[in-house]
Design a protein around this ligand. Sequence first.
Ligand SMILES: CC(C)(COP(=O)(O)OP(=O)(O)OC[C@H]1O[C@@H](n2cnc3c(N)ncnc32)[C@H](O)[C@@H]1OP(=O)(O)O)[C@@H](O)C(=O)NCCC(=O)NCCS
Length: 207
Amino acid sequence: MWSIIGNMNAEFFIKGKTIETERLILRAFEEKDLDDFYEYAKVEGVGEMAGWYHHKNKEESLFILNMFIEGDKTFALCLKENNKVIGSIGVEQYGLEDKLSEFFDYQGREIGYVLSKDYWGQGLMVEAVSAVITYLFEDCDLDFLTCGYFVFNRQSKRVQEKLGFKPYRKLVMDTRMGTKEEAILNLLINPHKNIKFVYSHPETLIV
Ligand SMILES: CC(C)(COP(=O)(O)OP(=O)(O)OC[C@H]1O[C@@H](n2cnc3c(N)ncnc32)[C@H](O)[C@@H]1OP(=O)(O)O)[C@@H](O)C(=O)NCCC(=O)NCCS
C-alpha cells in the first residue's frame, strides 16, 4: 500500500533576501563576517546554551561560517548602529520528520538562534525572530514553525514565550557536545491558516 507523504520540511533558502527591523538588518552570512562571528562564538557560555562548544580558534569559526554560506539558511543579525554582526538565526530542518505524522501534509521548519553576550537583555532576538516569522508565514507561506530550548535555558524559553510559541513536546536531545539534555520543543502555527493538527506520539506530547 502507498502512503501519502506531503511536504513536511519546507524548502528554504535565503537567496539574497534581507529583512529590516528597527535596530537590525538580517541577511545571509558573508566571508567578511568572520571576525564578528568569531568574536561572539568564542565566548564561553553562549554556544553551550544552544548545544555547541564555544569556538577555540578562528579556523573553527571559518569552517562554520562556510557552512552557513553554503547552506544559505542562516541569517546574520547585523546591528544598524555599527554594522556589526552580533548573532544568527537559522531556518533549520526540524528533526524526526518521518515520525511526526501530524506534519506530513504541512510545510514547516525549525528556528534556532544565538546572540552575542554583549547584547543580551535588550529584546533584540525577539525583534529579529519576530520579523523572520512574519517573512516565513506571510511571504514563504509556511504552515508551522518549531523552536526548542534545553530546560536549563530560561532566557531562550522567555524569547519563545514572547514570540507566541506554545509547548509541544518534551524530548531528550543529543547536543553537538556529545551530551543529552532535556528539552522542550515549542510550536507556532501560522495564524493566517486554520490548521488543526492530529498529534502523534502522545508519550512526549505537551500540547
Ligand atoms: C536566548 C538569547 C537569544 C536571548 O536573546 P535576548 O535578545 O537577550 O532576549 P531578551 O532580551 O528578550 O531576554 C530574554 C530573557 O533573558 C534574560 N536575560 C536578559 N538579560 C540577561 C543577561 N544579561 N544575562 C542573563 N539573562 C538575561 C531575561 O530573563 C529575559 O527575560 P525577560 O525579558 O522576561 O526579563 C540569548 O540569551 C542567547 O543568545 N543565549 C545563548 C544562545 C542560546 O541560548 N540560544 C538559543 C538556543 S535554544
